[in-house]
Design a protein around this ligand. Structure first.
Ligand code: SAM
Length: 232
């Protein structure tokens, strides 16, 4: 995908999260009661967030962490509570404002809210980057391009999630394409783990990193796979 198509995609994703899905995200990430399907998604996302946190050191007092595509900010708050200096980068002004409002009671560390592109070099340099479910709407090539953008600014590890291309997801994806575009979210771009590993392993921009741990979380309609890139 060319740089201008990537830019178009970013604009679409921002508009979707800033307006169309804003209320649904506020609710999904709150403690309000949900219907059965959404409750399984919330449970899966909670499990994913906890598992990502478990991959980082318990004490993050000297760490600078980028929460890339921070949404309503739950991960950023948990990272700050471990003492990290967190940058919560989110291009939806509405979600970023909600995250700021919800981040009231941090006991340690702190959070800087950056409204803009998570790949903007102006966000700074980091010990760790965590991108939970914020790269799933990008094509595999763009996903790798975003990771390469993080890589030049990351000293230790990049944790991210992707939508694994399973047979079931491939079918759902094809069926989804039969519906009119208007009220759909930007499509999720599933990628097979083997293809992703190949792209990561052969991209010279990621030569300084190797794939380490990976795990999948499945809960009802939520299927997401985490992957860790470690500087070598
Ligand atoms: C599925 S939500 C996940 C939010 C959060 N990481 C979580 O797990 O609760 C994806 C988020 O990534 C944000 N996002 C996607 N691309 C972005 C970009 N290029 N720069 C900043 N934010 C981005 C979206 O606006 C959205 O809030």
């Amino acid at each position: 995908m060319s740089a201008s198509t990537l830019e178009q995609r970013r604009t679409e994703i921002e508009a979707y999260f800033d307006r169309t899905a804003m209320a649904a995200w506020a609710r999904l990430t709150s403690t309000e009661k949900l219907g059965h399907i959404r409750a399984t998604v919330r449970a899966g996302r909670d499990r994913m967030r906890e598992s990502l946190l478990a991959m980082l050191p318990d004490a993050l007092d000297t760490a600078r962490v980028l929460d890339a595509g921070s949404g309503t900010g739950a991960l950023a708050v948990a990272l700050a509570d471990r003492g990290a200096e967190v940058t919560a980068a989110e291009h939806s002004p509405a979600l970023s404002a909600l995250a700021r409002q919800r981040a009231g009671g941090i006991r340690r560390g702190n959070i800087r809210f950056f409204v803009g592109d998570m790949n903007d070099p102006a966000t700074g340099r980091f010990t760790h980057v965590v991108a939970m479910d914020s790269l799933i709407h990008y094509t595999p090539d763009d996903l790798v391009r975003m990771l390469a953008g993080f890589a030049v600014r990351t000293d230790t590890s990049i944790l991210f999630t992707f939508a694994p291309r399973t047979r079931l997801l491939a079918i759902m994806h094809r069926v989804g394409k039969l519906f009119p575009r208007s009220d759909r979210s930007p499509a999720i771009e599933p990628v097979a783990e083997a293809r992703l590993r190949h792209l990561l392993g052969t991209d010279p921009r990621l030569a300084g990193f190797r794939v380490a741990r990976t795990f999948r979380v499945e809960s009802g309609f939520y299927i997401s796979q985490a992957m860790e890139l470690l500087r070598q």
